[in-house]
Design a protein around this ligand. Structure first.
Ligand SMILES: NC(=O)c1ccc[n+]([C@@H]2O[C@H](COP(=O)([O-])OP(=O)(O)OC[C@H]3O[C@@H](n4cnc5c(N)ncnc54)[C@H](O)[C@@H]3O)[C@@H](O)[C@H]2O)c1
Length: 437
């Protein structure tokens, strides 16, 4: 099949490379010429495990191409995916500018019947807006479908090539047939396609993200309570997670969630509720609880160090919004760093791969080092925000010799409190009792 993918970011590039790997001819489009130049040279503009090999192999074999020219890319294609960003506007609603611009550009380039598939996360009703936008600029026949993407950064290829389900929203049987054919290679073991109407498909994506984020905020609130009551949230987590009705995923308490999806999608969902006079109280609370979690974590560090961090040096370990990505969009580390700096701290940050993105954003506001132990030198606290594998079992004895003040703040409950304590550290986790002195 001949396919175009509009937007060569995390979703578009993974989808484009994934579809081409199954023998389709894919052209990935982006409005950013430097991104397209880099992709043509075989360079991936962000970190995603396995993506480089997948892109290079398919490009070499002539199934994957890159361009800035949307009309050229969509000429004679059967399917065009929209995978552009849908960031938040200041009021929290989704900014549809990129989706509608892309739709217009696609519409102008259509040469025959085409299925235009929205993969971006968009508010319910956007499919209809896309239809209207395309119809204004073409007389060619087309169908607009929704195919929300559920991949997670850091494991995106696996998620894309082995999806738990493929949601297809469209009311045109011909479009559904074409998309079924496209996805059939991915779904050999079982048919995991769910066909529904456009609006239900659009809402399903928000519902999934909101449910996952709510579980996290729920556990974070309980962790705060456990802290006061002297209970151990890690034991509670295992206790509730072993109930098959609940399951053990997305129950990890921590400093709070971030990233390019949960925060903006929850805000957009909240906005959809408000615009339709439906109070989404749980969603609003989830957003508020997340803000409180992040602030409470930073506040604990500040309070423990006496209320002011003037002359204090804090090592922040892990800056990406989660492990295995260099994405720092709405990364909790950025909020915590801002809070620590506002209290007067100098911050030394370490991340295995997100350092360049943080430098581009914060300049020299923090010292970025390429070794976690270097960050800890002379520190008054080590703060773990992102639980990269290589940060999970540090050499506490070595660290104790490097720091000025032996304080650990484990924002992901991954360190062994007893080992840390034995090495001479005062350990603070999230909702976990501290070992007795
Ligand atoms: N990142 C994720 O993990 C993830 C997962 C599921 C769904 N989504 C959703 O998918 C969408 C894309 O997310 P992303 O993280 O890939 O975004 P991204 O910012 O990484 O990539 C978007 C790309 O689209 C390009 N673009 C914008 N307008 C364009 C146009 N008119 N023509 C061509 N290219 C254009 C941008 O230059 C950018 O490179 C969003 O709606 C997001 O919510 C993201």
């Amino acid at each position: 099949m001949k396919i175009a993918v509009i937007g060569s970011g995390y979703v578009g590039l993974v989808a484009g490379a994934g579809f081409s790997d199954f023998g389709n001819h894919v052209t990935c489009v982006d409005i950013d010429p430097s991104r397209i130049e880099r992709l043509r040279r075989g360079e991936i503009p962000f970190h995603e495990p396995g993506l480089s090999d997948l892109v290079q192999r398919n490009a070499r074999q002539g199934r994957l191409a890159f361009t800035t020219d949307t009309a050229e890319a969509v000429r004679d294609t059967e399917v065009v995916f929209l995978a552009v960003g849908t960031p938040s506007l200041p009021d929290g609603s989704a900014d549809l500018r990129y989706v509608l611009d892309a739709a217009r550009q696609v519409g102008r380039g259509l040469t025959g019947y085409t299925v235009i598939v929205n993969k971006s996360t968009v508010p319910v009703g956007t499919g209809d807006l896309v239809k209207k936008t395309v119809a204004e600029v073409t007389t060619q026949p087309f169908t607009v479908a929704s195919n929300p993407e559920f991949l997670k950064e850091g494991d995106a290829i696996n998620d894309f090539l082995k999806p738990a389900r493929v949601i297809l929203g469209a009311d045109d049987p011909q479009a559904i047939d074409i998309l079924r054919r496209l996805y059939s290679g991915f779904l050999r073991t079982s048919d995991r396609i769910q066909v529904m109407d456009l609006r239900s498909a659009e809402l399903t994506k928000y519902a999934a993200n909101a449910m996952l984020a709510t579980r996290i905020s729920f556990m974070n609130e309980l962790a705060a309570l456990a802290d006061k009551l002297g209970a151990d949230i890690e034991k509670v987590r295992k206790g509730v997670g072993s109930d098959p009705r609940i399951g053990n995923k997305f129950l990890f308490p921590g400093v709070g969630f971030g990233g390019s999806c949960f925060p903006k999608d929850l805000r957009a969902l909240r906005d959809m509720g408000r615009a339709n006079d439906i109070r989404l109280g749980i969603i609003e609370s989830t957003v508020d609880a997340n803000e409180r979690s992040k602030r409470a974590f930073g506040a604990r560090v500040i309070e423990r160090l006496g209320g002011s961090l003037a002359d204090k040096r804090i090592a922040v370990w892990g800056l990406a919004f989660k492990p295995e990505t260099d994405d720092i969009r709405e990364a909790p580390a950025l909020d915590v760093i801002a809070q620590l700096r506002a209290a007067g701290a100098s911050v030394a940050g370490y991340d295995p791969i997100a350092g360049d993105n943080v430098r581009a954003l914060l300049g020299d506001a923090i010292a970025l080092v390429d070794d976690p132990y270097a960050a800890a030198e002379g520190a008054d606290a080590i703060v773990l925000i992102t639980e990269w594998h290589q940060l999970r079992q540090p050499d506490f004895v070595r660290l104790r010799k490097l720091v000025r003040t032996p304080l650990l703040f484990d924002g992901r409950n991954v360190w062994d409190p007893v080992a840390a304590h034995r090495a001479g550290f005062e350990y603070h986790g999230i909702g976990r009792p501290r070992p007795e002195p």
